[in-house]
Design a protein around this ligand. Structure first.
Ligand code: DGT
Ligand code: CA
Ligand code: CA
Ligand code: ZN
Length: 586
């Protein structure tokens, strides 16, 4: 069960309590809401806490809720929750997804409109709004019906899947280009999760500084690729693009642009935490600035830039990647923010597949060693590793594998380049933890990457043993795309990260942040844990084409979101330093 699913379950339980007896269940439902928010907000998987027997360490989860979750994780079912939901029509939990519909309204809608099943519940609700049936319900009226109809439209417009950061970037670039054609744009920035460089993006948020918001918004909603306009007010408009991708645009005067930037960069949780700090100082925060809560004479304070905004709350400026309310505010207060890794720190790409025919059963790259080396020089790298997949097991005995590795080394030697090229290989971790090539063949490599490409569904325990066994070979230095997730396609494997991290730290193995936008693996929240555990990481683009070497920046984004500094990254070291570590010195 993912954090999202657990959080939804707890929120649904809270709603069910409210529906049954709000007065009597007041504190229960507060506890469930709190636990739901805590889990939604949690940096790591709640199931991992459970695996370690530490559910109660999650702030917001008390012994009672922990007991009920334990039953669910153990058996997949829960008597307790079944009882809580008993008598509440399943449609209610669908209705709760509509903005502005709380538990009371949801149950009333279900009863009065006689919609009980969750299947098609929202479609039927939408029909009722259209035929005027919602307005007829006591205490709803025309106004309420209109609001619900609008919220349903927004709900249905939401994309089913979140965008990859690379897709969101491309779309945002095009919209920014269009909006910038308007002469009254003074500044324009992309905000929200895209500015925080999150690995996936729900919708795109853009802010414009201008003296003429109206002209900007009028121009924005004429964006040629839009399918429809969701709404337009004096300072904000939203449009929808193909595939239900939403773009929000906010426009404001230049002298309050800093407040706007800060507010719509989020995250929501970061902003909520800041608001609490402001409240303690008797101030209130909004996208327009800061003002006194009880003092009407205290004029709203605008901020031209974010530095002055954060300074007014006695905080140092916080890099957007860290704004998740995961300790960054405390660190900013104490002036102890990390000195985050930068793209310019990267001196190598340690996962690249060239077109050298290694006779693998997996895919090979499209670009030649020469093209790739040239590109790497352009990127300012000092060294790279060619990491084609191992030769297929069928038809290659060890002697043949060794021949191929030697042939590849000769090909590398023929490349005329200033940079150092390592003869490496991405070797499959077989289901039993053995490697797909033998010891002697491994001995021919400068170092090996290992990764999981099959049997993803093993239990946490056997998967952990499998990976540790693979990492034990002395030539193996890198654990590549360690969760093996494919964003929106495949969940990651289950591993005991504490054990993996400990092994890697003790034995000088490096965990990869795979920079391919469909992977971004290790995920940011695990990067944070790895860094805390003192593990050294490596960045690789997993390029199969020379142009993908540019994807390194997405890996840097993930590293930064995981609070990684230059010292945490092996390929941020110079070639001399890297070779020293490779030979076993540190
Ligand atoms: P996304 O679009 O799901 O990838 O994530 P965001 O973070 O871009 O979220 P979005 O587009 O809903 O809102 C952009 C920012 O606006 C968000 O990060 C913080 C701010 N914001 C939105 N809703 C709220 C809210 O209810 N309270 C506060 N304090 N801030 C909000
Ligand atoms: Ca957004
Ligand atoms: Ca938005
Ligand atoms: Zn791979």
């Amino acid at each position: 069960m993912s954090n999202r699913e657990v959080a939804d379950l707890l929120a649904a339980a809270s709603a069910a309590y409210k529906i049954k007896d709000e007065q009597k269940n007041k504190f229960r439902s507060i506890a469930y809401d709190r636990a739901s928010a805590a889990i939604e907000h949690l940096g790591s998987e709640v199931k991992d806490f459970w695996d370690d027997g530490k559910l109660e360490d999650v702030p917001g989860i008390g012994p009672n809720i922990a007991k009920h979750l334990d039953e669910i994780f153990k058996t997949g079912k829960s008597k307790h929750f079944n009882k809580v939901f008993l008598g509440v029509p399943p449609s209610v939990f669908e209705f709760l997804k509509i903005t502005g519909v709380g538990p009371k309204k949801a149950i009333k809608l279900a009863k009065e409109l006689n919609i009980k099943s969750s299947k098609g519940a929202i479609k039927r609700l939408s029909k009722s709004a259209k035929s005027g049936k919602i307005a007829e319900i006591e205490r709803f009226g025309e106004g309420s019906q209109k609001v619900i109809a609008k919220s349903i439209k927004e709900h249905e417009a939401r994309p089913k899947e979140r965008m990859l950061i690379s897709q969101a970037e491309n779309i945002a670039r095009d919209v920014v280009g269009w909006v910038s054609e308007n002469k009254s744009v003074e500044k324009i920035e992309v905000l929200g999760s895209l500015r925080r460089r999150a690995s996936t993006v729900g919708d795109i948020d853009i802010a414009v500084a201008t003296k003429n918001p109206e002209s900007i918004l009028d121009h924005f909603i004429e964006y040629p690729n839009k399918t429809r306009t969701l709404g337009k007010g004096p300072h904000k408009a939203s449009i929808v693009l193909p595939n239900n991708i939403q773009v929000d645009l906010m426009a404001t005067e230049n002298d309050s642009f800093g407040s706007l930037l800060q507010h719509f960069t989020g995250s929501k949780h970061h902003n909520i935490a800041l608001r609490e700090i402001a409240q303690k100082k008797g101030l209130s925060l909004s996208e327009y600035g800061i003002k006194g809560i009880n003092n009407l004479k205290f004029k709203i304070k605008n901020f031209k830039d974010e530095e002055s905004f954060y300074k007014s709350l006695a905080l140092s400026w916080i890099p957007p990647e860290l704004r998740e309310d995961a300790g960054e505010i405390e660190a900013a207060k104490a002036n102890k923010l990390p000195d985050l890794l930068k793209l310019s720190d990267i001196k190598a790409d340690l996962q690249i597949h060239s077109d050298f025919d290694i006779e693998t059963s997996h895919d090979i790259g499209d670009s030649s060693m020469v093209e790739i080396a040239k590109k790497a020089e352009k990127l300012g790298y000092q060294y790279i590793g060619f990491t084609e997949h191992n030769p297929s097991q069928r038809g290659h005995n060890e002697r043949k594998v060794i021949e191929l590795i030697k042939k590849k080394r000769e090909a590398i030697n023929r490349v005329n380049t200033k940079i150092k090229i390592f003869n490496s290989m991405e070797v499959d971790i077989l289901p039993d933890g053995k490697l797909a090539i033998g010891d002697k063949a491994l001995g021919e490599l400068d170092f090996a990457l290992v990764s999981i490409h099959s049997s993803f569904a093993q239990s946490r325990q056997s998967m952990t043993a499998r990976v540790l066994s693979a990492l034990s070979h002395p030539k193996v230095k890198i654990f590549a795309h360690p969760t093996a997730r494919r964003i929106n396609k495949r969940e990651g494997v289950e591993l005991d990260w504490t054990k993996i991290f400990e092994f890697c730290r003790e034995n000088n193995r490096w965990i990869e942040i795979n920079a391919e936008p469909t992977r971004l693996d290790l995920p940011d929240y695990l990067v944070r844990e790895a860094v805390k555990a003192g593990v050294t990481l490596t960045l690789g683009t997993d390029s199969h084409h020379v142009r993908s070497l540019e994807n390194m920046r997405y890996g840097v984004d993930v590293a930064r979101r995981g609070w990684a500094e230059r010292k945490d990254i092996i390929n941020a070291r110079t070639l001399v330093e890297f070779e020293k570590v490779l030979k076993g010195g540190e």
